[in-house]
Design a protein around this ligand. Sequence first.
Ligand code: C2E
Ligand code: MG
Ligand code: MG
Length: 881
Amino acid sequence: MFDNASADRMMRPPPWWQRLHGRLMPDYNAKATACWWAMVGLGGAAFAGSAVQVMALAWADLLQLAAGILLAMLMAMFPLKIPRTNQAFSLGDVFIVLLLLMFGAAAGCVAAALEGLVSSWRSSKRWTTRLGTAAIAAGTMRVCGELLHAATVRLGTGAADHAAALVMCAMAFGMVYAAGNVVLMSTVARLKRGDPVSLSNVFSVFGWVGAASAVASALAALLFITQRLVGMGVMLTVLPVVGLMLTTLHFFSRQQEADEAARQAATRALKNEAELEISRVRQREAEQAAQHLRELESSEMRFQSAFTHASIGMALVTQDGRMHQANPALCALLGYADQAIVGRSLNDHADITDRLRLDVTLARVSAGVGDVMPLQICCHRLDGSEVWVSISCSLFSNVPSEGSTVIMQIQDVTARHRAELELHHRAFHDKLTGLANRERFHEVLAGAIEQANEEAGPAFAVLFLDFDRFKLINDSKGHSVGDEFLIKVSKRLQRCLRKVDLLARLGGDEFAILAVGLQSEAEALDLAKRLLATLREPVRLGSLEISASASIGITFSSMGYSRPEDVLRDADIAMYRAKFEGKGRYALFDAHLHTEVASRVRLESDLRQTLNQHALEVAYQPLYRLKTGALMGFEALSRWTHDELGPISPATFIPIAEESGLITQLTAFVLQDACCHLRRWISDHPGCDDLSVHVNIAARDLADSQFVSRVQHALSSSGLAPQRLVIELTENILMAQLAAAMTTLKALRELGVGLSVDDFGTGYSSLSHLAVLPIDSLKIDMSFVRNLRPGTNEEAVIRAIVLLASSLGKHAIAEGIETQGQLDLLRDLGCDFGQGFFLSRPLLPAAVSGLLQARSAAAAVPTSLGASAAPAQPLRTALVH
Ligand code: C2E
Ligand code: MG
Ligand code: MG
């Protein structure tokens, strides 16, 4: 609380002197004010006292004094700037000290006060500073001047004689005077600021001022000595020179100062320019940074938008597979309603079999290892359902690092995967049975071969299975029954196998089984036995019950295979061996069969060469009418004499030709040869125009659409009448291809060509078919003739065949007649025609010509056909009859 007195005091205006002080010396505090007034008071007193003293001087001295003071004041107008400081020094000090030395301390005091007033008037606008500077100069000069005066007094009137001592004293005076001035001036300034006053501060200011003052004092001392020694006249001439020098010095100093200012201005300008440039660069950088930031932000926004709205699943994934960001498409793909998937690993959803692949891919991408192919894996949705996805991974930033983020694109490819599976299944499976097909079997077999060839790899066996009479089922019961049969038996076969084994349908009624991981070959034999046993059981198809058997060929990895086709070829060969040995059994492929195969391959190539060189020969075996012994014609039989192996039997090379497809070429060759020769024989030998030539054809010929036209060509090119040609085809071929055969046979028949069923009695001929087929004759198989004796089965069979033939309006021909007995019996049984070694061996064309020559000459029935039989002569050497 304030009392009334205090309030009054506060309300009352300050006294006039306080107000005056506030206006005139607003920055002077009490101490500074006291100090200032003290110094001004003392200095003023010193000036006043000195002025009074000076007035007492003689007029001449007074005049000199006034001139000196004027010079000092003039000099104060042009102070010397001390380089690289903000301090200036007035050369008027020289004249002040000179006046001091000449006229005493009072004169020096007056001169110093007036010079101080001028110089402060010039450098400051404040009256306190102007007055203070003059007062301090006056006070200090009075004190220091008295001291110098005392010193010169001690030196005596001949002070000039002690020039050095005087100069020293003057220098000491100069320094003390300067120090006094500086101390007092800085004291007032410090008191004003409230800074403590210390000697170290004084010395830091003193510096150049002290030195300059000492030099000026020394100069004044030298002038004083000169004036004393030489007189005033010299002074009058020297002083203008000194003044001129000092003025030059002043202007030089001003010039220096101006240069310095210009230099500083230039430096400042440069600095400013550099700063300006720096600021421009900074601004540019800042703008670029801002632009970059804006682009980044917009890029980030674009990425976020693309990420969020992408139709395929996307996720940002850490190296360990955890998703730290996932888009809605991915959530939907894996069955998540919202972002609950974040934090989970995709591997949690991957199928267990795909997890390792996913890990490896992630690790490779994180490490920045080259291009990583998209990965197709199976995943499980949250509800457990399966989804196939294609995953493309790439580093989120270009630089792989410890914690690098991978961006994953996950696409639902379930539909594509299913289509691929379907296509794959179609490409590698048999449509009818659903079993693996030949291509698939090859593929798996190739893998098994590779494994088996590795050291101590597991052994495998391949079983080639072929049904013995499947064609019969197809032909007699129809294809749909055949298909149903195959489906049923394939299931039976499958039941006999282990899970690791592979059953494939190679085509038609051919199946193959790959049995892997066998401990011994006996396991494969047991399997074959099981298969045969299961196939022996009749197959029920609706009301039908079909009994079938199969032949199995087996080969083992121990044969050292390198190609799947070789394995199947050998198993196939073994299967044919099983068929040959009686069907319904299995046979093993062994070294012997291997040699057989090798020689077969060689024979095939040699046969091709022989055919190309037209080096095959055709032999003609005569056919006779048994009743009369008349020559009816010939059967053309191929003959091949190998360069190294000698004669090769048709039983060997005809099957090779059939398998390799060379049979078409062979048949064409024989056809042409037979037609040409018979045509020549007919024209060369009179009475031969009723002869005919039988040519054997194979199954492939019958199926060949060009066959009829080839026959036509042979006939037209040779000029042989079609009625003179008889085509022989075996009963088996005929029955196996009944449908195809019918068209060809009819076409041949229309041409006028005769047809004969060869090896009749060995196959399965339906009598109903026989009746409608356009056939002229049945050739009884020689196996019946071979054992033909009265009372034997063979006799009964031949009798039946002869009867059948005559009832169908066809001829019966017996082949393989080797004895008189056989000939007689056949004649008795009513067989129309016959051929055999007993009658004649097959003859080469030259021999046939001889035979026909003889026949024409004798025009008689051969005697061998009579009661006294003559043995047939060997081919090439003899002609029979
Ligand atoms: P195939 O058509 O039944 O011919 C009769 C076979 O019996 C001939 O054997 C013949 O030499 C032989 N033969 C004739 N009389 C007797 C005999 O009294 N005793 C014995 N043991 N054999 C006799 P070849 O020439 O070895 O021919 C065998 C089979 O080869 C032929 O049987 C025929 O099916 C086939 N063949 C021969 N040449 C050709 C041909 O050019 N084309 C076709 N597709 N097959 C042919
Ligand atoms: Mg024949
Ligand atoms: Mg025959």
